[in-house]
Every structure is written in C-alpha cells, then in structure tokens.
Design a protein around this ligand. Sequence first.
Ligand code: SIN
Length: 310
Amino acid sequence: MTTATKTDLSVTLAGLELKTPLMSASGTFGHGLEMGNFVAPETLGAWVSKTVTLLPRHGNPAPRICETEAGFLNSIGLENRGVEDYEQKVLPTLKRAGVTVITNIGGATPEEFVEMAARLDGYDEIHAFEVNLSCPNVQGGKLPFATDPATAELTLRGVREATTKPLFAKLSPNLAGIGEIAKAVEAGGADGITAVNTLLGMSVDWRTQKPGLALVMGGYSGVAVKPVALRCAWNCATAVKIPIIGCGGITTAADVLEFLVAGCTAVQIGTASFSNPSLLAELPAQLEELLADAGVASVAELIGSMKAGY
Ligand code: SIN
C-alpha cells in the first residue's frame, strides 16, 4: 500500500468507468430519479433501477413490508409499470442524469428476459443490464433461475445474444452452492455478478398469530445479512473471473471496504438507504477519510486483497 493524501475512488467494472464503487441496490432507490433530492445522481458510481418487466405488475398482496429486530422483510412481488411505461416516462428523464445507469430486468421465463434485453438494447441512456435471476417473491419462492445452473446459463446465454451491453447477473443467497451458479452465468456470457439478493425469511406475531407478510415468506435484508452476503460474494469471487458487485447489509464505509477486500469491484447499498436516504451521498467522503488514514491511494488497490490463512 502506498502513502498518499489524495484518494482515488474510481473503479473499472466490466468496461464501465465508475466514479466510485458505490451503487444503489435495485428496488431501494426509486424507479427513476426520485431520490435525486437526497443524492445527486452524478455523484453515484452507478444507479440501478427497480426491476422492470414486460407487462405491468401489481405485486403481491399487503402487508408486503415488515420490520424485524434488524432490517426488514419484503414481499413486493416485482411491482412495476412495465417496460412501455419505463420507455416513455422513465428513460427520457435519465438522459440528463449524468450517471451510469444499470437497468434491472425481470422475467417469468428465459424468453421474457431475452425479450426485455432486446427491447431495451437500443437505448443509450442504459449503460448495462442487471438480470434479476433471484427475486424470492415470485413463482412461489422457488427461485428457478437462481438455483438451477442449467437454467441460469440458458437464460444468460439468451440475454447475451440479445444485447451488447454489459450484463450483471443478480444471484440468490438461498442455495448451498452459489459458486456453481456463478460459474453457470459466467459460461452463459455474464460480464459480472451481483451477490446477493435477499435471504428467504418470515416473521409471526405470537399474540395475533398472524405472519408479518401476507404471503408469509419474503426477502430478508439489512445489516444482519452482511456476513452471509460477504460469504456469498467471496464464494463468487473465488469461483469466477468476472467482477463481483457485493450487496447485502452494507451500511458503513468500512462495510464497503470489507466487500472490496473480499473480492468485490463495487457494492450496492439497499436497506440502509431507508433509514438514511442520504447515505450514498455521505459515503464517498467517509471512504476517502478511511483510505487516507490507512495510506491507501486508490480504492482499487483493495479489491481482492484479502489475506487468507494465519
Ligand atoms: C420484489 O419486488 O419482490 C423484490 C425484488 C427482488 O428481491 O428481486
């Protein structure tokens, strides 16, 4: 590590030059630029959309958000207004955003993922796609795209043929061997991996005997999932050559750096933005301070620097 006073926060991710390794996590930061009053879009490394699907979706029945002792459960069910609305109302506002835009796409079949990528491929406002293979709140929580390597590879292969934009496959922590799925999406043509989506969880009130969520199970997120997410990100980083975007429980600048040391090139901030919507605006200065104190000139120096073994 070098001694320096000025720190460089920029990273290169699958050919994208990012000002910082900090991104919003899909579904936690508006659909368009609604959060612009809290975080100037141009200060983000990248902005990630809520999942967009071919047709509008009303999502799951309420209650579909439920607080827990640490973090919360969600069962949104990919509510969104569909790709036509995204094209007409959201994409034009992103033209002047001055930020790297990653559009998260969803589908119920491999063909739907492919159709989404093909339809949105021509928009210059979109710099990359995040392929949401891992929503736990649809298809009965069975996670068909995120638990079967053959389906994951087939889906990525189809999407790869439909677009030249960088593709990030968003994986699930809800399986034993995430490394196998990581290898499958790499073989299918993914340029990177987002590790990870939410953990399947539930809550119940013993007095009312009612579950916290109408559909009982949902995706658990927040600070408590950080060790699981970090382990998943590291599993992926050691299984594949493509870059990893860490996601799960990241709340502080130190958390960000831990994910980089474990092998991530960038990170996404999700649940923490609900308690502090300005967090993504505050983190760059906090990162600079930590790195300057440690004499690290560039955040990129830390990527994959973990020293395993004692
Ligand atoms: C949802 O809309 O249900 C959450 C999105 C996700 O977990 O991928």
